[in-house]
Write a protein that binds this ligand. Structure first.
Ligand code: HEC
Length: 185
């Protein structure tokens, strides 16, 4: 049963002979008008079925959405700075992450959990006893538009800071840095 030869026409009339391998990877090179549509429908159905199975299967891959206890939050220079950081940065740089419903759906969940874990390693406002030495980079990543991450902004429009909020955040963080610098590594 090879779909590449003219004999592949046979496949059209014997659906039970179609094997997932062929139906997924091989586009028939010879089809009669009557059976071509049928063949393609079957192919797409099986393709979708396999995708659906994979989708269901990956939901069982364990991922941990954590919010560890807040052991030592940075001593903010003022409440306004904290408020702005909270809406734009806390979901990935604190232990106060708000996990949205789609963070429970794989494969999105893999990406989100990775970002939060990774983000906390670099900079964690809830744990000021860790070095947090990337504090220095804040101005740069904001000026260059790297933070908050672009895909986060798609779902969190309020995290898209206005120029005034950005300025308030940066100057507030500067004051915060002066009064409570991160510990040395
Ligand atoms: C959606 C998650 C997310 C949000 C929201 C977010 N970050 Fe990040 N941040 C990360 C991740 C992940 C990293 C790790 C490095 C990378 O991927 O670039 C990171 C790294 C950083 C770094 C270190 C960069 C470096 O290259 O050393 C700084 C500084 C930073 N973020 C600041 C911020 C600030 C300030 C905000 C809020 C305005 C913010 N981030 C919002 C996920 C996020």
């Amino acid at each position: 049963m090879t779909a590449k030869t003219p004999y592949s026409v046979r496949i059209c009339f014997a659906d039970d002979q179609i094997q997932p391998y062929y139906t997924l990877v091989q586009i028939p090179t010879f089809r009669t008008p009557e059976c071509g549509a049928k063949y393609m429908t079957k192919k797409i159905n099986i393709g979708l079925g396999v995708l659906a199975l994979i989708f269901v299967a990956i939901q069982f891959v364990p991922v941990e959405r954590t919010n560890p206890p807040i052991t030592g939050e940075v001593n903010w220079a003022n409440e306004e700075t904290r408020e702005i950081a909270k809406k734009a940065c806390f979901d990935c740089h604190s232990h106060e992450t708000i996990w949205p419903w789609y963070s429970y759906v794989a494969p999105l969940s893999f990406r989100i959990v990775h970002h939060v874990n990774h983000g906390r390693e670099y900079l964690n406002f809830s744990d000021w006893s860790q070095p947090n030495e990337d504090f220095d980079e804040i101005k740069e990543v904001i000026d260059e538009g790297e933070m908050p991450l672009w895909d986060y902004l798609l779902m969190h429009s309020d995290a898209k800071l206005t120029p005034e909020e950005t300025e308030a955040l940066l100057s507030g963080l500067y004051e915060t840095y002066k009064q409570d610098p991160p510990v040395e590594r």
